[in-house]
Design a protein around this ligand. Structure first.
Ligand SMILES: Cc1cc2nc3c(=O)[nH]c(=O)nc-3n(C[C@H](O)[C@H](O)[C@H](O)COP(=O)(O)OP(=O)(O)OC[C@H]3O[C@@H](n4cnc5c(N)ncnc54)[C@H](O)[C@@H]3O)c2cc1C
Length: 288
């Protein structure tokens, strides 16, 4: 289908974009890579009268270190994330996850900021951001604020972003050297959204789990941070009985929809299978 008609704006600074979006209110929408928004517009599920394209704002692009954090500009594409050796060395989970998003064509234009701002529970990066303890930089009418990813997602397509807000960057603390991480995603075919997926970051010490964090994708209206499951695993040697208990705790917080990817019960169980696999792979990669 063809989208409804809209006016196109191309600001060259964050301030200009925020000013435009604040003035336009519900009639305006930020445009990043367009690979979630344009399909929605073609289906007439979104009909913004104005699109504010963020592509002309140089400040929104790039990957830099800031102390022990890595800060990634919102308009950095998934392709850029995959191509960054710096990120690959410091937070390899980001490259691993990006490679499981859609296909190369989508990744060339789809942005990290768009993926995390979209609020679609099917997006892969949000659960990874919960797992990594990321913080989002948001600029709005009242200036800049920082929102922890773990507090950002409030419902399907409903986030902490308010009218006029632009998500400018994602700040991620670099996990400890020697950590292990994995993203396991079950999909029906290449390029599909997850039936269920699990992200794990852990550190090991003396053969036992010293720290552990788990995120789950597409098994609720929002991405999930499986805090209780992580607590169960901490201090264990990831033996089968403890993993089973943690998987049960993770499954218990899921509430997936029954849809073309399978009935709710199946998707919950697949989240457990993905978590089991991610834990095993993360452990194999971890030193200590
Ligand atoms: C065929 C296909 C398969 C796909 N498969 C997957 C998949 O497996 N996994 C996955 O995670 N994604 C998948 N996607 C989605 C893709 O990753 C999108 O690129 C991503 O979800 C949105 O990023 P974008 O830059 O395209 O944002 P856009 O589509 O431009 O924007 C998405 C939403 O976020 C808002 N927004 C964007 N940037 C900002 C910002 N900086 N500040 C405030 N609001 C902002 C927009 O207003 C809009 O509401 C797929 C897309 C397609 C077309």
């Amino acid at each position: 289908m063809i989208p409804g008609s809209f006016s196109y704006h191309r600001p060259s600074s964050v301030q200009e974009a925020v000013g435009l979006l604040a003035k336009l209110g519900d009639d305006g929408r930020a445009l990043a890579g367009g690979h979630s928004l344009i399909p929605m517009m073609k289906l007439r599920l979104a009909e913004p009268a104005h699109l504010v394209d963020l592509a002309g704002i140089a400040d929104l692009k790039g990957i830099r270190s800031d102390g022990n954090d890595i800060v990634i500009g919102a308009m950095t594409t998934q392709h850029d994330v995959i191509g960054s050796d710096h990120l690959g060395a410091k937070i390899p989970l980001l490259r691993e996850t990006s490679l499981q998003i859609a296909d190369p064509q989508v990744r060339y234009v789809g942005t990290l900021g768009g993926n995390v701002a979209n609020g679609d529970p099917g997006n892969d990066m949000p659960a990874v951001m919960l797992c990594l303890g990321a913080t989002y930089h948001v600029t709005g009418k009242g200036g800049e604020r920082r929102v922890p990813a773990r507090e950002f997602y409030q419902g399907a397509y409903f986030t902490a972003l308010e009218a006029g807000d632009v998500l400018t960057a994602v700040r991620i603390p670099v996990p400890a050297a020697g950590h292990g991480a994995a993203y396991e995603k079950l999909k029906r075919k290449i390029g599909d959204y997850a039936t269920a997926a699990a992200a794990v970051v852990l550190t090991m010490s003396g053969g036992k789990v010293a720290t552990c964090s788990i995120g789950l994708t597409n098994v609720a209206e929002t991405p999930l941070w499986a805090e209780e499951a992580s607590k169960i695993l901490t201090g264990s040697a990831l033996d089968a009985a403890t993993v089973k208990k943690a998987v049960a705790a993770a499954e218990a917080i899921t509430a997936p929809a029954s849809d073309a990817r399978g009935p709710a019960h199946y998707r919950t169980k697949m989240a457990g299978v993905m978590l089991t696999r991610a834990l095993a792979r993360a452990k194999a990669k971890a030193r200590g």
